[in-house]
Design a protein around this ligand. Sequence first.
Ligand code: GDP
Length: 330
Amino acid sequence: KPKGRLTAKEYIDGILKGDRVILSRGITIVESNLESDKKLAKEIIQAILPHSGNSIRIGITGVPGVGKSTFIEAFGKYLIGQGHKVGILSIDPSSQRSKGSILGDKTRMEELANMEDAYIRPSATGDTLGGVANKTGESMLLCEAAGYDIILIETVGVGQSETAVHGMTDFFLLLMLSGAGDELQGIKKGIMEMADMVVINKADGDNIKKSEMARRQYQNALHIFPLSESGWSPVVTTASAIKNIGIDTVWEEISKYKKQVDENGYFIKNRNHQQIKWMYNNINEELKQLFYGSKNIADHLSDLEKDIISSKISPVEAAQNIIQEFKNSI
Ligand code: GDP
């Protein structure tokens, strides 16, 4: 056992006891790319898996500046006041490039970060969204095993990462602003469609009237989407994260949702579906890496590209040839 590192049993016992320091160190192991850590991570996850899942997982997205961290600070404090333990994670595939991550700046949620019943973890870094999503997904399991019964997963509403967050959460919350069209806010239609709830934030001061108008517009816009399999009709509300207005309504709606999907069976069905999909996403990712990561294949592919351009081979035949070559090599 390398110096300073705990045994698997020490990690497992510590996490199950809700020890935040050990939880943090456990997540560091789960995030690590070292082979020796990967083995340890597997052991930890295997052991805590039966103790995970006892939470509601909430995805929170919205463009930078919409007020995500301010909202999470207010919402987290509210939930703790209701007797919950809140784990806060993020998915930010850009963090590798920008060298800073959302949630990275601890001062963003200062009060919450100092609360006993909150655990805040900045985004994992990685090369691929799939890799980052794996780390966040497994960190979530560790948080659940440590007794956090509400998990908030934050992401920036500008790319593919919302789909990843949607794929690992039970409820998807979209924060928006009034007075700007969704195009202006960089919110794609697909993201609106994933939302179980839209919250128009910054509904305070001069913004109150505009926010109410925006609320009605978005509520109408959401009506044109077909009802999701959950049977839940998305709701639109207004809130002020800074003034602590409308925060309780968000939790009331989420609780209503939870009750409905528990009763109609969608909660479990969706969780099961997500687990299976998580496996297939990994298979797809690994297969791609195995294929494109091979030097032989890479060389041959560039030859094939030339042959296609000079009409020596059809694209279909080229694909078949290279797959055959790959099959022969394994
Ligand atoms: P994020 O980038 O989405 O995490 O947004 P932040 O939480 O960092 O907020 C961006 C800016 O909007 C900050 O200056 C906040 O103080 C401000 N802000 C956040 N929530 C509200 C709100 O409810 N009302 C008003 N007026 N300002 C807010």
